[in-house]
Design a protein around this ligand. Structure first.
Ligand code: FAD
Ligand code: AMP
Length: 479
């Protein structure tokens, strides 16, 4: 006999586990099916983000930044540390501990909210039936009033550089190098390539990033992207744009990579190679032939703006569906579908989803870039102020980068905020709040910002849109 749930969620990543908890909070009998086995060999919740994505990468970014600071910046503060020692094993163990703490925490939250964690694989069939294949034991068919598909994404493979997780690795393998590669190649200058390249560069690797496209970070405001490119190059990342990898040949302990660029055919040998060319929705085994949901041309599950698929009562969220592949977007979609199921008024504001690259300085943005606004033909104004004019940033030795606002000239509304600099991931939330509240730039100009704080550069950039910034010399507008 099949067990019946109000809500079954397939996938226990940030989209799925949040959907399950919110559904349970709303009083629904809820199960979450998750098949992941972690590196310790145990079933684990948390998906890509907690196990092999956001969290372990940030743990290594933070550890490697501390190492880099000790090596390069402490002396400026008058702090001598003698000969530095890198204990990579301890650094990796620390990362693993953080992952276990967080993933274990979700299991606790499931218990507290009475969400059934079904350990194994789920597959959607017709009529909202779900075939559950446990990690151990026999398959069973479950029924649900509502099914939420939250199976996430996996790294894209390219035949020119096949991942073996030893010499050629994907993002998961790049979190596990047991020694610092001397020469490290990275294919793809996207968010993941830049973050993981930065980790190993700080720990001593000579890093070369090969990027097929000619433009650096094409989705980012180009004034900010150009400055970011300068900063990353200064830090030692050797970023080749317009360099398309065409082949690779592995030797015992190295890999020879061939690529084409403006100068023709090139080759370079690396000790390790990270393939970071993007991720694709993970639909293998998720849908039976008769499931009835539609996929789009890029294999994403087709959904409306409240994440309903073409099958009534079946929803899909997170990396499985259109929009940026970001944990916080998955999380908010998880909340939204549970509330849609409950008949509540709810939405995700897709125009105000921030993006962050956790390099140093960080890059963060929300809303429209200057290029997008220019293209629309509507009159606009911008304000750009460097952190070099900020006392707090200077005191911290973190004065690279800037804050930029893009503002509608007619309505004075904030259209976009772009940050390269210290704590950009935190500062950008001020732009998110501005967009959500439909703030005019004058609202931000009239607010009081604590001194000294990094946020003062947000204030100054707002003032700069009307030539009113105090701490940078601006050309005055003629009356
Ligand atoms: P996932 O997290 O991929 O979870 C899906 C889960 O479903 C998986 O655990 C999988 O095992 C399970 N599953 C799949 N199919 C089935 C099935 N049939 N049955 C049962 N279970 C199934 N995003 C950010 O916002 N910030 C960051 O800093 C960031 N850093 C990242 C760093 C790296 C190295 C990587 C790889 C990604 C990073 N991301 C980051 C992206 C982020 O991890 C994803 O956007 C997010 O995890 C998507 O959540 P999700 O719930 O849609 O899917
Ligand atoms: P993202 O999707 O943001 O993770 O970025 C992945 C990047 O990898 C994109 O900028 C692609 O242009 C780049 N890329 C994809 N295939 C190749 C290739 N064969 N050689 C170099 N770069 C590539």
């Amino acid at each position: 006999m099949s067990e019946k749930y109000d809500v079954i969620v397939i996938g226990g990543g940030p989209g799925g586990y949040v959907a399950a908890i919110r559904a349970a909070q709303l009083g629904y009998k809820t199960a979450c099916i998750e098949k992941r086995i972690n590196k310790q060999g145990d079933p684990a919740l948390g998906g890509t983000c907690l196990n092999v994505g956001c969290i372990p990468s940030k743990a290594l970014l933070d550890s490697s930044w501390k190492y880099h600071e000790a090596e390069e910046a402490f002396a400026d503060h008058g702090i001598g540390v003698g000969k530095l020692n890198l204990d990579l094993d301890t650094m990796l163990q620390r990362k693993d501990k953080i992952v276990l703490q967080l993933t274990g925490g979700i299991a606790q939250l499931f218990k507290a909210n009475k969400v059934d964690w079904l350990q194994g694989t789920g597959q959607l069939k017709a009529n909202k039936q779900v075939v559950f294949k446990p990690l151990e034991g026999d398959e069973q068919t479950l029924e649900a009033e509502n099914v939420v598909l939250a199976a996430g994404s996996v790294p894209i493979d390219i035949p020119v550089a096949e991942v073996d997780q030893q010499i050629i690795v994907d993002s998961t393998g790049a979190l596990e190098f047991t020694s610092v590669p001397k020469k490290l190649g990275v294919i793809g200058a996207g968010v993941i390539g830049l973050e993981l390249g930065s980790v190993w560069a700080r720990l001593g690797s000579q890093v070369t990033v090969l990027e097929a496209v000619d433009t650096f970070l094409p989705a980012v405001d180009q004034q900010v992207a150009k400055e970011a490119m300068k900063q990353f190059t200064k830090q030692g990342l050797d970023i080749h744009l317009g360099a398309r990898v065409t082949g690779s040949k592995k030797n015992k302990n190295s890999v020879r990579v061939t690529y084409t660029d403006g100068g023709g055919e090139q080759e370079e040998t690396f000790d390790r190679l990270i393939v970071a060319v993007g991720r694709r929705p993970y639909t293998e085994g998720l849908l039976s032939q008769d499931a009835g949901v539609t996929l789009d041309e890029r294999n994403f599950i087709y959904v409306d703006n409240q994440c309903r698929t073409d099958v009534p009562g079946v929803y899909a969220i997170g990396d499985l569906v259109r929009g940026p592949a970001l944990a916080h977007k998955a999380i908010e979609e998880g909340v939204m579908v549970a509330e849609v199921i409950a008949g509540e008024h709810t939405q995700v504001n897709y125009d105000a989803v921030p993006g962050v690259i956790y390099t140093h300085p960080e890059v963060a943005w929300v809303g429209k870039t200057e290029e997008e606004v220019k293209e629309s033909g509507e009159p606009y104004k911008t304000g750009v102020v460097p952190f070099a004019a900020n006392g707090r940033a200077l005191a911290a030795g973190e004065s690279a980068g800037m804050v930029k606002f893009v503002v509608d000239e007619k309505s004075d509304r904030v259209l976009g905020m772009h940050v390269l600099g210290p704590q950009a991931s935190e500062l950008v939330q001020q732009g998110v709040i501005s967009l959500e509240f439909g703030a005019s730039i004058e609202d931000l100009q009239l607010m009081v910002f604590g001194h000294p704080s990094l946020s003062e550069t947000v204030h100054e950039a707002a003032l700069a849109t009307d030539y009113k910034a105090i701490h940078v010399a601006q050309r005055r507008r003629k009356k």
